[in-house]
Design a protein around this ligand. Structure first.
Ligand code: F6R
Length: 593
């Protein structure tokens, strides 16, 4: 959460930093700010909310060095005072942070006793004061930043712009991501390389506790604990410079939903030989865990379902934030499969750090090349969905699931059949995405948009789809949608059904369909407004007040179903006038715990 950008070079620094911040806005959009170095002075511009100010309106001079930050508030409300970057008392350096200083209140009390004062409610200002304190003792500014940083607890990455020396930036990485881009006579720093891949593909990814010092167009890396210089490796990124514009669409979300017809194909564009190392380790591992958070967690559950039902592989699906209770039984012969879009989710990384230390093998199904999880993995599998900009994840979910499906089918010698099934889903989606279908969904939206509580029933292959469908709608419509297995209904949830309560039933042509029809009858008998989502063969069933037919698919009908909830979520949020791509309180990359 939060995005950091820095630049030193021949171009207009505020232009590069502003562009970078726009790219990183998915990491938080409570406020943003840019600080430029201008003839040994620092000039700052900050704003609350999303980035609305255009470069031509930015009241900053053209200079060759700047830093910037886009905020997802942790400590301190969303105010101009709390917006980063934060300047030192003597105005000779300015700093921004991505992360949380866990011991900030102890440090603040210690500094207050020494008569340091604070203007903001942020934990970040504590780092500024700590550096100020150090500058009175240390020989170099680098040492002051380093020693102040070493007093911090938690996962935090900082960037500091120094006014006393031309084009001087220092950054330290711990936990939250940071990458350096090396251009011709220019250097870029950013929380995500996507912020500068338009200019360079030569990237240095950092280890935790690396300190990076930029002076002009030169840089050095140090170990922040010892202060000793370190060697580094330049990685050439493979991914194409991807289009990150909305194109003809009003929102990234709709664009990304429609892209699924292509992205699911890219996700399975692996040869059987590419999958072999993972298949071998799955066969050998004592125990297999799969983990991911939020939507990635539901993808983990769906992949575990495919491995269990298609290849008879026992995979334990555990959420990373609840993984600690498994640590005592984790063994070095175990395999952990991490599922993540960003590859930067703090909870997931913490599990992997523990497992790595123990010697477990780590595989991952991820979208972002060069991300922390990508680099930590022994067997990383990129799903190549391209940048997913809308905070609510759509195309990455289906891509991760089809990759899991391909893996499961390949394990039982059905690699080719799996590829064909995904191709058939892709062409089905191509035909499905029409105004006629959208209008049918919009018609339903009009009739339910004023209700506040909704339920989604699924079962077996559609259990996780019920959870993911509900999450998608909650995230951007802010309506209370609850998804659960239809089997749970009579064990409690049915008490919530009142006259008119909308209840969605996800129904595939499978062994659960009869149970789902009965469950729908039961809620209808209690006054629910019933909506069927699924195979068109059920559209005429009397228990449904409304029916949303999906793309026909033999084994991937769960994924056809989820697409309907994505569209429903989009049209509902749009009709409510909500911010579709940047829903309130959320950020795409959850890099703090
Ligand atoms: C929901 C959503 C989140 C993420 C979760 C994990 O639409 O996007 O629930 O799935 O924060 O993020 P990644 O996949 O980056 O690990």
């Amino acid at each position: 959460m939060c995005g950091i950008v820095g630049y030193s070079g021949k171009q207009n620094s505020s232009k590069i930093v502003l562009e970078g911040l726009k790219t990183l806005e998915y990491r938080g959009y409570d406020s943003w700010g840019i600080a430029v170095q201008d003839k040994n002075q620092i000039k700052i511009f900050k704003e609350i909310g999303e980035i609305k100010t255009k470069l031509s309106m930015l009241p900053l001079p053209k200079t060759s060095c700047a830093i910037g930050h886009t905020r997802w508030a942790t400590h301190g409300g969303v105010t101009m005072t709390n917006a980063h970057p934060h300047i030192s008392t003597t105005k000779d350096f300015i700093l921004a942070q991505n992360g949380i200083v866990e011991n900030y209140s102890t440090l603040k009390k210690m500094l207050e006793k020494k008569k340091y004062t604070f203007k903001t409610q942020t934990d970040t200002e504590v780092i500024v004061r700590l550096i100020e304190q150090q500058t009175k003792k240390d020989e170099t500014f680098r040492d002051s930043v380093r020693k102040a940083f070493n007093m911090l607890e938690g996962r935090n990455t900082i960037i500091v712009l120094d006014s006393k020396e031309d084009n001087h930036i220092i950054a330290v990485k711990n936990g939250s991501p940071l990458a350096l881009g090396i251009g011709k006579d220019e250097l870029f720093l950013a929380s995500d390389a996507l912020a500068f891949t338009k200019y360079t593909k030569d990237v240095v990814f950092f280890d935790n506790l690396d300190l990076i010092e930029i002076k002009g167009n030169k840089f050095k890396i140090y170990d922040s604990k010892t202060g000793k210089e370190k060697k580094y490796k330049i990685t050439k990124l493979n991914s194409k410079v991807e289009d990150i514009s909305k194109g003809k669409y009003d929102h990234f979300m709709l664009k990304e939903i429609l892209e699924q017809q292509d992205t699911i194909l890219k996700a399975v564009n692996y040869k059987l030989d590419d999958l072999k190392p993972l298949i071998d380790i799955i066969k050998k591992a004592k125990r297999i865990y799969i983990t991911g958070a939020g939507t990635a967690g539901f993808a983990s559950g769906q992949i575990a379902y495919y491995l269990r039902t298609i290849s008879n592989i026992d995979v334990l699906d555990v959420r990373p934030y609840d993984f600690a209770s498994y640590f005592p039984i984790l063994k070095k012969d175990d395999l952990i499969i991490a599922v993540s879009q960003s590859g930067e989710t703090a909870d997931t990384i913490e599990v992997l750090e523990y497992a790595k230390e123990l010697g477990c093998t780590i595989a991952s199904i991820i979208n972002v090349e060069g991300s922390t999880i990508h680099r930590m993995s022994d067997l990383p599998y990129l799903i190549h969905a391209g940048p997913e900009i809308c905070v609510a994840s759509t195309k990455v979910f289906t891509s991760q699931c089809v990759f899991g499906y391909l893996l499961a089918k390949s394990m039982v010698g059905e690699y080719t059949g799996a590829r064909e099934e995904v191709e058939s889903l892709s062409s089905g989606l191509r035909e499905y995405f029409t105004e006629k279908v959208f209008n049918h969904i919009k018609k339903l939206v009009r009739s339910i948009k004023n209700r506040n509580h909704f339920f989604i029933l699924g079962k077996e292959q559609n259990s996780y789809i019920a959870l993911e469908g509900a999450l998608k709608i909650k995230e951007i419509s802010y309506k209370h949608f609850e998804g659960f297995s239809a089997g749970e209904l009579k064990h409690g949830v049915i008490a919530l059904i009142e006259k008119g309560t909308p209840v969605f039933t996800i129904i595939s042509d499978d062994m659960c369909s009869k149970d789902l029809l009965s469950a729908t009858e039961e809620v209808r008998a209690r006054g629910a407004y019933t909506v069927g989502v699924g195979d068109s063969k059920f559209r005429k069933e009397e228990c449904f007040n409304f029916f949303l037919p999906v793309v026909k698919s033999k084994e991937l009908s769960a994924l056809s179903n989820v697409v309907v909830f994505q569209l429903l979520s989009y049209f509902l949020a749009f009709s409510l006038g909500n911010s579709v791509d940047k829903p309130r309180n959320l950020a795409k990359s959850v890099t703090v715990k």
